[in-house]
Write a protein that binds this ligand. Sequence first.
Ligand code: ADP
Ligand code: MG
Length: 594
Amino acid sequence: MAGSSFQKLVGYARPYQRDLWLGALALLLVNALGVFLPWYVKVAIDDLSTIVDRLGPSELSGQVGRVTAYAAVIAVVATVMALVRTASRMWMFGVGRQVEFDLKQQIFQHLLTLPPSYFGRQSVGELINRSTSDVENVRRLLGFAVLSMFNTVFAYGLTLPAMLALDLQLTLIALSVYPLMLVLVSLTSERLRRQQMVVQNRLGEMSELIQEDMNGIALIKVYGQEANEQREFAKRNQHLLQANLDLALTRNLLFPTLTALAGTGLLVLLLLGGPRIVAGDITLGDFAAFTLYVERLVFPTALLGFTLTAYQRGQVSIERLEAILAEDPSIRDAPNAVTLSETRGHIAARNLTFSYPEARHPTLDRVNFEMQAGQTVAIVGPIGSGKSTLANALLHLVEVEPKTLFLDDIDITRIRLHSLRQEIAYVPQESFLFGASIRDNIRYGKPATTHWDVEAAAKAARIHEEILNFPQQYDTIVGERGITLSGGQRQRVALARALLLDAPVLILDDSLSSVDNQTGQDILTNISRSTATKTVVFVSHRLTAAASADRILVLDEGRIVQTGSHRELLQDPDGLYGILWRKQQLENTLVETS
Ligand code: ADP
Ligand code: MG
């Protein structure tokens, strides 16, 4: 295993080292008893055979008690061994389980710190795969592989001296097959590791497709692509099958070969040992004990192969898990971050520039503006002009350069993220609802809210009446296991969620695009009237909705090209706002007369 993954492994297990050592101690005891038992059998056999030689058949019946005593000791020792072995497994496998739990916690916690852009780059299927099956592999490594490693070391360390004490020549013969086993195992191990990696990657590719297709099921149906998707799935499934078969082939060739080698060793031992008993070199008891010792070593040696697989798998998994944990949460609290109190809601941008990693042009290009506390400011502009990016910048969801964006004259990169986001209620362009009740969705930001407040927010978002018509009203579950809301209903539930927060700044990113014009207008007028002290940033591609704002910023290709009130902006007929306005008026007339 690469040094760093090994260090990681030690790090995972450190909190549970007491149990690991207890487990190891128990294994040591088991192996010590395991060496004692064959020796005791030898003593018993040798003793009994002298008696048989010495006494006549009539006297032998009186010796049954002797045999029973030997058998009783053997039974007691074997029972103690079984109990102690069970204890060792519980301790060591327990450590694996604990570490599995910790890793899951750690990964989930880390995922929550990563910016939304990370999840745009990373497939969700792959992430799920890593946080389940890779974590499981680490558990097996820590539980099974470590246990087996200790066991092998103790078994060899204690059994070998006992064998040597019995007979050097027989020991060398018995062990001669083990180097062959080790060569076989080490030749196969690299191959196993590679194949394991392929299996895991293909599993990830398959989960990804399932995830994507289930999300896009309507699209698949509308475009009649079921057969195509089925073919793609079959392809990936076939790839996975092939990878699993390759892996199984390697494994299934390895272990029977190992067993056969061990069997051959025992056979040679019988062939060469038999004549030596007859010649009187060794006693019958010696030979019996010897074969028992050789048997004791077969299992740990063969297990070494399994251990190696678990080890290889675990190593791949540790690398993949560490890659997630090493992912830098690029947006995090500054060392001396401040917590806001009594935010007024004054927002300013000074030469705010932002580029997505692979974009050729900046998405926000030297943007300057000022929004007074309590104002309602509309941001309009063509699709792709950077409106949503600007909204995300205000929430520090994308990386913002220091000293370019300010809330109440405080550089937002210096504000504690949690505090900043507490002061801003935000309704994203894509309204997202959790698979929970309408009530819990609305009070998501403040779970302890009373029903009365939830209802007030729903009324302000003009969704209350419709909720009353749902089967269980506010308790109706939405999402995958509940009812499906229309786009406009989802947007209004998402709006209610934001309104409930009662934050000094409210950002709506085209949040009413699927709500009909009249209702949209009603909601906005109502919000601006009831939120005189709030700063409302209202992103819209629909200019009629923006017309009533105190001020309008017109964005084009990341730059602010015009600012002013609706009336002021219309005075420049060649300005972008004027052009967009006339175009939309024309569209509206066409819709009304058609
Ligand atoms: P708007 O909201 O005005 O429609 P956006 O802010 O969503 O515009 O997008 C502005 C530009 O940035 C577009 O060209 C878009 O393709 C690009 N863009 C948006 N989000 C990302 C992203 N996560 N990664 C890369 N480019 C992006
Ligand atoms: Mg947008």
